[in-house]
Design a protein around this ligand. Sequence first.
Ligand code: TXA
Ligand code: MG
Length: 347
Amino acid sequence: MKTKILKISVNSSDYVQSEEFSQCVSDVKAGALVIFPTETVYGLGAVIDNEEALRKIYMAKGRPSDNPLIVHIANMKQLERVIEKDPPEIFGKLAHIFWPGPVTFILKKNRAISQIITGNRSTVAVRFPSNKIAQSLINQCEVPIAAPSANLSGTPSPTRAEHLKEMKGRVEWIIETEPLEFGLESTIISLVESEPLLLRPGPVTMERLMDFIPNLRVNKDLSQARAPGMKYRHYSPKASVIVLDWDKNTSQMVKKAIETFKKLEKENTDKKMILICTDETQGEYSKASIDSLSLGSKHDLYRVASNLFHFLRMLDEKHIDIALVEGFEEKGLGITIMNRLNKAALS
Ligand code: TXA
Ligand code: MG
């Protein structure tokens, strides 16, 4: 399959009138697959009313068919055909606060929603992205778009145009843009249980969620929260990822990291190793002659988050065998970062 590539900036809306964008929209309406940017990660989508196209999503990703997709809408009217009538009251309140934005809600599905999207569940995942390109695409298609993240099953979600190389030849259209705002997948909250349940931590911090949903239930070990799809190998580079414990005493943490690194180095003389750290600690590793990469400052976790998947992908490009990663405090966005790091370490 020949993949057509459209490069668009989020900072201009000129593309909306362009012939290429219209062509993309009409192809997608007719059942083509499209990779498109959102504020979290790139999605690999198809219109929800074309089952043949929906099936192709699973093939293009190599995704197990029981792992359900998220339906993306671009106006509240589109909800009608996605969820059951009369959703719980809290949904209206939360949608008003968090949409458009990086939060996905699980609700009872509308009868019209294909089982291919939901993997035979009675519920559906729905999200209203804030990214303008995603919104224009969905609005112009006039149909919601079902999409998982646009990575091959098992690799980290794509957050930059360069990460989409592996998808060329697998989809009809790729819409590329600047590096995405958050770089981590949306927060998933189920509203079909007796009380709201967090299935996947995401860009919205726990603290903010708790402000609006004081009865939000979470797994005891937050960084282990699980949506059904999370049983599958995820976010994983080929390299072995080892996450070090966070310690509020930074010099203690650095000391332990150096010890662990040197010990592993001795045991694996034929292996290429690297330490992934923060701006605050990188200097110490240089002094100890340890190769390191900094994700950014620990005081700017949004930056760390937006770099994370890019760095995981970079490990493979640099043919790294073992990556030791400094842990983050499980607070604020640190919870989501640790959730993804722990998943990357699972392989
Ligand atoms: O930020 C995001 O959420 C991105 C962008 C593209 O929107 N999408 C994304 O999709 O991360 P995906 O498929 O990689 O992750 C969706 C997760 C999976 O773990 C899936 O199991 C869960 O949502 N999910 C989908 N439908 C569900 C349902 N009905 N009940 C519970 N979990 C569901
Ligand atoms: Mg995914």
